[in-house]
Write a protein that binds this ligand. Structure first.
Ligand SMILES: O=C(O)CCC(=O)C(=O)O
Ligand SMILES: [Fe+2]
Length: 198
């Protein structure tokens, strides 16, 4: 057996009404700490503002969108930045582990425990009917929460430094997901969600 693919392959997580698979550590050519430091330093981070109930708010995190096409979500229209050499290298590692192609990545930087992502589905039409979304995390562990849209059942999964979570099949149709704020101090975390935009 090929040892590389044995250690760089996702393991399916038993999950109803969707597909989840997980890898504790994606193999990269540099350490997690070096990749994270470079991404933090080299990314053109933006604090996007969103309109909620007619009022403007800053999103509780920083973000950047790299890829092939514009991306519209939460009333925002994001113009794509090109893939950097580092993002290209990471994309290839993610594609190898997932056995799928991705043409875009959304980077999210959670500076501390006050940063979060509200419950949502990544179900925009341009992602297709059964989007595969590969989520790579660096830095502090945060708990990824999935909630079933109808049964309201909740599934939690800790996303640790270097881990890769693939959401596929009908996950976005049937579930919402997000990252809660915490009262306990939490250090910086980076998350990269690789997507294919049609
Ligand atoms: O930070 C995470 O783990 C979740 C990110 C996410 O859901 C997204 O980018 O759509
Ligand atoms: Fe998401």
């Amino acid at each position: 057996m090929d040892l590389f693919s044995a250690t760089n392959t996702l393991t399916p997580i038993p999950f109803e009404d969707g597909e989840l698979a997980f890898l504790g550590q994606l193999a990269l050519s540099q350490s997690n700490a070096v990749v994270m430091a470079r991404l933090v330093a080299e990314t053109a981070w933006r604090a996007e503002s969103i309109t909620l109930w007619g009022r403007q708010h800053l999103q509780p995190r920083l973000s950047a969108w790299h890829g092939a096409a514009r991306y519209r979500y939460s009333g925002l229209l994001l113009e794509p930045l090109p893939f950097t050499e580092l993002l290209q290298e990471i994309r290839e590692a993610v594609e190898g582990a997932c056995g799928r192609r991705f043409n875009s990545v959304l980077l999210n930087y959670y500076r501390d425990q006050r940063d979060s992502m509200g419950m949502h589905s990544d179900d925009e039409a341009e992602l297709g009917p059964a989007p595969a979304i590969a989520s790579l995390s660096f830095g502090a562990t945060r708990t990824f929460i999935l909630q079933h849209k109808r049964s309201k059942r909740t599934v939690k999964h800790d996303l640790s430094d270097g881990s890769l979570l693939l959401m596929a099949g009908s996950t976005q149709v049937n579930w919402r997901h997000g990252i809660n704020k915490s009262r306990r101090p939490i250090g910086p975390r980076l998350n990269l969600t690789f997507r294919y935009v049609y």
